[in-house]
Design a protein around this ligand. Structure first.
Ligand code: TRP
Length: 510
């Protein structure tokens, strides 16, 4: 009876394609547009596809199968799923969703807010002749140190409020009417926007030079350990692994579902999108280098620098319809970012409603208000320094550590073999035995190597030239506080036993 009640209350995807689009929407984010192409360029062009695809197949896809399989089996959010394996590990689920929700998304939403500001700036190319000066001094008014916080930039605060309103509106409406509907609009829109950017970019003079620099293989890079580290780190972030998101999304799937095929589709579409968007980015960079008669290496940048300094400059140099191009580019960043940020709000809300049974709508509203308030620190004049530090620590340490623990928990405590049996029972495409080996040994060992090597380079020189005090007080402590918060929430008793929801194929047979 209780079982039926629980199953009844759990939201469900209305259509299978709705689930796929929402999961792809979570995976495709700012990182696909502004980071992948740069990594490719810096790490051996086309040759980078070798470490990248290796990372995809020995860590990315296996972990995607793990997360989707686990959410499906346990029919619960990350904390509920981990608690169903062992109550001692519940903290891990909370830690993942807490540091993503009250860490990564707080600054990620501020960057989406910048994109929204730039979307409007594009109409009259407000950045003028010196986009770097405009970005740092007129727009951000940035200070040199994270400790010089300064006041809030109201223009950023206003668009941030709108972004959090969108997050709230979509998740508040529920899985079917909110997330699913939004993904069905956002994803096709994003593909069209990026396709227009790529085609337009390719028609510009110098575009071919750009694309050839992006993809020209340099196999000598493959002996460099950093290249491999970049590939594995990027796969983890880009596929939303270790965020607790895919677990929550999979918990809304029906019993009969294609876990393996879906994991391959989500991972594959995400990576193809990155590759495709990279063509557009480098076509534009090739054009810019040609227009300025400088070598391409002088114009290549990544992330914030690419989107808010280099691209605005390139857009201003376009022969015609510059503002339309700007609107398309920043519009696509906003859409890509929003479809990722809503996914963690959903994953967090689902964790809270699994454990505390609060009303979903109240939970989502309170969560978005706190999310908005927490983001405000990143809208101050010192905010950009905070973004850099928090981004580095949460991604390089939080996500990777969470991933290692997740592999240990599923591989050794639950036993990979048990999850494999579950997946193979429901899925037509079967998980091979090699998967168990990936989860138990290969993935955690590789993640551990990445973790240690980052730690070692951190010890020799603090990240990004910031003072050691700043990186410790802001970066390390952010991880610690979220960890303690996770322990506290995990120690709270459950209202109903989370393991009651588990789908067991063995029981079904008997
Ligand atoms: N995959 C996204 C990217 O490449 C990042 C991301 C995934 C994300 N899920 C998220 C960011 C949730 C914030 C919140 O950019």
């Amino acid at each position: 009876m209780v079982n039926k009640l629980l199953a009844h209350h759990r939201p469900k995807w209305k259509t299978h394609i709705g689930f796929l689009l929402a999961a792809v929407g979570s995976a495709i984010g700012l990182g696909n547009i502004w980071r992948f192409s740069y990594l490719c360029y810096r790490n051996g062009g086309g040759a980078f596809l070798i470490p990248y695809l290796t990372a995809l197949f020995i860590v990315g896809v296996p972990l995607m199968i793990l997360e989707i399989g686990l959410g499906h089996k346990m029919r619960g959010s990350a904390p509920a799923s981990f608690a169903s394996i062992s109550k001692k590990w519940e903290w891990l689920g909370w830690w993942q969703i807490i540091f993503v929700m009250f860490g990564i998304v707080l600054y990620y939403s501020v960057i989406i807010a910048w994109c929204l500001n730039y979307f409007f700036f594009s109409f009259n190319l407000s950045w003028g002749q010196a986009p770097d000066n405009f970005f740092a001094n007129t727009f951000l008014m940035s200070t040199d140190s994270p400790f010089q916080v300064g006041d809030v930039r109201t223009i950023i605060l206003a668009s941030l409020a709108f972004i959090w309103f969108c997050n709230w509106f979509i998740v508040f409406k529920g899985v079917q009417k909110g997330l699913e509907r939004a993904s069905k609009i956002f994803m096709p829109l994003l593909f069209i926007l990026v396709a227009v950017i790529v085609i337009w970019g390719l028609t510009l003079p110098g575009a071919r030079k750009g694309v050839s620099v992006y993809l020209r293989p340099d196999f000598s890079q493959l002996t460099n350990i950093d290249v491999w580290r970049d590939a594995f780190g990027q796969i983890f972030f880009t596929l939303s692994l270790g965020f607790g998101i895919m677990i929550a999304y999979a918990s809304y799937l029906p019993k009969k579902t294609q876990i393996v095929r879906d994991s391959l589709i989500i991972s594959g579409l995400n990576c193809l999108f990155s590759l495709f968007a990279g063509v557009g980015v480098f076509a534009v960079l090739g054009y810019m280098a040609t227009a300025k008669s400088v070598p391409i290496s002088e114009v290549v940048t990544q992330s914030v620098g690419l989107a808010f300094v280099t691209f605005p400059e390139a857009i201003s140099l376009l022969p015609a319809f510059s503002n339309v191009f700007g609107v398309l580019f920043f519009g696509s960043l906003v859409v890509a970012g929003l479809s990722s940020s809503v996914s963690i709000v959903e994953a967090f809300a689902s964790g809270i409603s699994d454990k505390f049974h609060y009303r979903r709508k109240t939970t989502v509203s309170v969560l978005c208000i706190f999310g908005f308030l927490g983001s405000i620190i990143f809208t101050t004049k010192g905010g950009v320094n905070w973004i850099e530090i928090v981004d580095h620590f949460l991604n390089q340490y939080g996500l990777i550590l969470g991933g290692i623990f997740q592999c240990i928990l599923v591989g050794w405590v639950l036993k990979a073999r048990n999850l494999q049996k579950h997946i193979n029972h429901y899925s037509d495409w079967k998980v091979p035995g090699f998967w168990n080996f990936c989860i138990k040994i290969i993935s955690p060992v590789i993640l551990l190597i990445i973790f240690i090597s980052t730690l070692l380079s951190e010890i020799s020189s603090p990240y990004g030239g910031f003072s050691r005090v700043a990186t410790i007080l802001i970066g390390r402590d952010w991880l610690f506080y979220t960890f303690f918060a996770a322990l506290i929430v995990a120690s709270h008793p459950w209202r109903t036993d989370p393991s009651r929801r588990i789908i067991s194929h063995e029981k079904e047979k008997s």
